[in-house]
Design a protein around this ligand. Sequence first.
Ligand code: SAM
Length: 232
Amino acid sequence: MAEIAPGAVPSPNIWNSPRVYELENRAVDPDGVLDSAMRAIRPWAGATVLDVGCGTGFHLPFFAREGAQVIGVEPHSGLAAAARRRVRDLPNVTVRVGAAQALPLPDASVDVVHARWAYFFGPGCEPGLAELDRVVRRGGAIFIIDNDATRSTFGGWFRRSLPSYDPAAVERFWTRRGFRREPLTIRWSFGDRADLAAVLRIEFPPELAGEVLREHEGCEVDYAVNLWWRYA
Ligand SMILES: C[S@@+](CC[C@H](N)C(=O)[O-])C[C@H]1O[C@@H](n2cnc3c(N)ncnc32)[C@H](O)[C@@H]1O
């Protein structure tokens, strides 16, 4: 059994099915919309980048191309080990086991934080935000990527899976803490329907995954996200 750092939010998609989650990551945002949006706010060339909740480290090589130092923090020790294997040939990347609420990093040691679909889901994540305030240097920036349930095909599926989700409350939470919202539309682009089906089955309950597959044709899905961000 993998050890899991205290405070981790259960993430059955990647915890139970890391190979299928890899297919999902490969399908996400082939147009580089998120990359361009973050880069326009705070580029990371020569910077120290922290990826909080890095999972199997899918995004670490991307940040390592320009970042001086890249640190992945992940509470699930098995996923952290997979992330380490992924970056073993990249000398500027390290992976630590830990959670957002107790980052294993010194004060004022990071320039850019990236957290993608990881822990920072709005109300309840205040302890992790306090940690980001501690570790991010002045002049740095924090990027949080999460679903926008108010629009897009994926947003509609997400609402059906979680009817109690309150996008207005989430927006109030971030706005009060000084974050700005950049609404973005990305897409999932799968090579075949079997991969889309596998990913839907790790993201949604079986009945909804089946319904969605019957309703939706092709291998492309438009997907609304919010990039929440602020400078340190
Ligand atoms: C849906 S996965 C996304 C993984 C990765 N960001 C990616 O895009 O491939 C969510 C990740 O957040 C991690 N996570 C859960 N609770 C966390 C916490 N309290 N602090 C940091 N990461 C956490 C999970 O272990 C999981 O790896």
